[in-house]
Write a protein that binds this ligand. Structure first.
Ligand code: NAD
Ligand code: TYD
Length: 351
């Protein structure tokens, strides 16, 4: 792991992962962060990293993973030996309103990266392609069951269908071309630098501003929550010790109903902002189409084989996360401006 191409490094998990790697004193590699800076990418999430490391083992490139000549050129120029592929269109609601970008980035973009790696890597020795995927490829989990690496794919949204396609491409490249690839399918992440279109930051910010808290349907949908830094530690372990061709499920063993999360956030905001009353802000709105009822990950394989386990409890992680969003208004304002706000105005009536 010497010259690493990280795609989507200006997004939520990618920016946390870059910081996670660079904070490790034993890390002596070079990072190239390739990100298109869509509405979801924000260089403010990496301001500290750029100040300390730009030109010193860290380089940012604005570009599209669907642009093959660019990607091929980066492989050559930086002698890339490792790819950690985060870049994706990642929001289910957006995929329902406009799936085309999801097909282009998630499927064509992943294909491009795989093909550029295939063209550039003459032998699999010392190379690794790690593909970041999601538990949403498995569809909705029946009560009492949890997704294992062998669970059948059954995606419900255009987002999860394109992620499923990209996983299949990665597996096909392993079997057909001997691509030294691994895949991780992770549950819902939360933590700092997550775009405020996603449940937890949206609810923290709206509650702190006295705005409505829109709960889709009855609020009984269940997600399995994992702190983003625990996801980062799983990815890092897979890069170091994961077996080529294998998939690892990563989850927090932390199933929560959406309404429970929102009620907890309300209580935390009321505690931190005396006088603010949040319960009345909760509003049940029209359900998301194709809304998966429950996700649950069985992460015993990565625990057993690689010794991974999450370090943050949900109580601790959520409290830290609420405090982070309240303390980082400058970041929030930057992310909310422009593109994202236009989209909200256009689509608000659909809820
Ligand atoms: P995000 O939306 O916050 O960030 C995505 C990043 O990719 C952005 O910086 C964006 O600018 C960039 N990007 C988008 N299209 C691009 C393109 N064509 N070329 C280059 N860059 C492009 O997403 P995230 O939440 O950080 O998710 C990262 C990855 O992890 C995704 O692959 C997602 O499917 C997966 N994942 C996310 C979660 C979660 O809870 N957030 C859980 C499991 C898996
Ligand atoms: P989200 O953060 O979009 O992640 P995902 O769809 O990938 O799981 O949503 C998490 C859950 O919260 C999901 O069940 C949908 C629900 N949700 C709401 O009820 N209201 C909202 O405004 C949002 C954004 C999500």
């Amino acid at each position: 792991m010497k010259n690493i191409l990280i795609t989507g490094g200006a997004g939520f998990i990618g920016s946390n992962f870059i910081r996670y790697l660079l904070l490790d004193e034993r890390f002596d590699g070079n990072i190239v962060n390739l990100d298109k800076l869509t509405y979801a990418g924000n260089l403010m999430s990496l301001r500290d990293v750029a100040e300390r490391r730009e030109g010193k083992g860290y380089e940012f490139v604005r570009g599209d993973i669907a642009d093959y000549p660019l990607v091929a050129d980066l492989f050559k120029k930086h002698r890339i030996d490792t790819v950690v592929h985060f870049a994706a269109e990642s929001h289910v609601d957006r995929s329902i309103h406009g799936p085309a970008d999801f097909v282009r980035t998630n499927i064509v973009g992943t294909f491009n990266l795989l093909d550029a790696a295939r063209a550039s890597w003459k032998s699999p020795e010392g190379k690794r392609f790690h593909h970041i995927s999601t538990d949403e490829v498995f569809g909705s989990a029946e009560a009492g069951t949890a997704f294992t690496e062998a669970s059948p794919y059954d995606p419900s949204s255009p987002y999860s269908a394109t992620k499923a396609s990209s996983d299949h491409l990665v597996r096909a490249y392993v079997r057909t071309y001997g691509m030294p690839a691994t895949i991780s399918n992770c549950s819902n992440n939360y933590g700092p630098y997550q775009h405020p279109e996603k449940l937890i930051p949206l609810m923290v910010l709206n509650a702190s501003e006295g705005k409505e808290l829109p709960i889709y349907g009855d609020g009984g949908n269940v997600r399995d929550w994992l702190h983003v830094l625990d996801h980062c530690s799983a990815i890092s372990l897979i890069l170091k010790k994961g077996r080529v061709g294998e998939t690892y499920n990563v989850g927090g063993r932390c199933e929560k109903r959406n309404i429970e999360i929102v009620e907890r956030i309300c209580a935390m905001i009321e505690q931190r902002m005396p006088g603010r009353k949040c319960a009345g802000l909760i509003k049940h709105v029209t359900d998301r189409r194709g809304h998966d009822r429950r996700y649950a990950i069985d992460s015993r394989k990565i625990e057993r084989e690689l010794g991974w386990k999450p370090r943050r409890s949900f109580d601790q992680g959520l409290a830290e996360t609420v405090d982070w969003y309240l303390a980082n208004r400058e970041w929030v304002d930057a992310v909310r401006s422009g593109e994202y706000m236009k989209w909200i105005e256009k689509n608000y009536s659909m809820r």
